[in-house]
Design a protein around this ligand. Sequence first.
Ligand SMILES: [Fe+2]
Ligand SMILES: [Fe+2]
Length: 239
Amino acid sequence: MLKPVHRWIWRDAKRQVQTLLRFGETEIDGGRDILRAAEVTSDPLLRRLYLEHAIDELRHGVLFRQRAGTVLRELPQCLKPVWHADWLTPGGHGLDDFQVEPESDVGTLAFLHLSEKAAASRFIVYRDLMQHDPPTRAVFEEILRDERFHVKYTLTQLVRVSPERHRRYLWRARLSRLWKGYLRLASALAGAMSVLILTIQYFILLPPFAWLAKRAARREPPGWTAISPERNRSLKRQY
Ligand SMILES: [Fe+2]
Ligand SMILES: [Fe+2]
């Protein structure tokens, strides 16, 4: 449904640079959180997989940044700020919401699985939109290969760690993602509404005050004004 919007975002080179840089940041931050998950887990296999996963995410971040750098260098003039809606092109994972749950590998795995799945489906959309830009398309293609592995291993490990209750954990993670998505949308809406209300206030409430201030200024006598003798005593103290 949002394909035309994505096309509009990715067609503009400046907007593309900013989006790629933001993606890079999300990937690297996500990698850091997965490293934390590797630290707290007591399962040796999961620790090894988390470490590999964290290295992958770091590499994705570097790939995005490198591509952003190349596009930036090819731009004819300096990068001026352009409007870009972050919430329309969410970074792959939504790993920014990731909170490592100590003692709960199942919770971490369920969250990771859904995040990786969301990332993979978004990156497919972005890759398909990049017909006009083969190098960026190749970056998405390369990252997608890893993301598919992340989707697969998180589910396999979730079923291994909790063969009976893994579905329940997946639903819990789904609801949590839904709630966070709602909060993100609500805060974006609140931001837009506050801009609208403040703009209306600016044009409706401020003009009468400006008019009153101008009228008061017109009534003021021009030049120096003599003050009363009791206020005009010699300066012996500060006040
Ligand atoms: Fe990634
Ligand atoms: Fe990933």
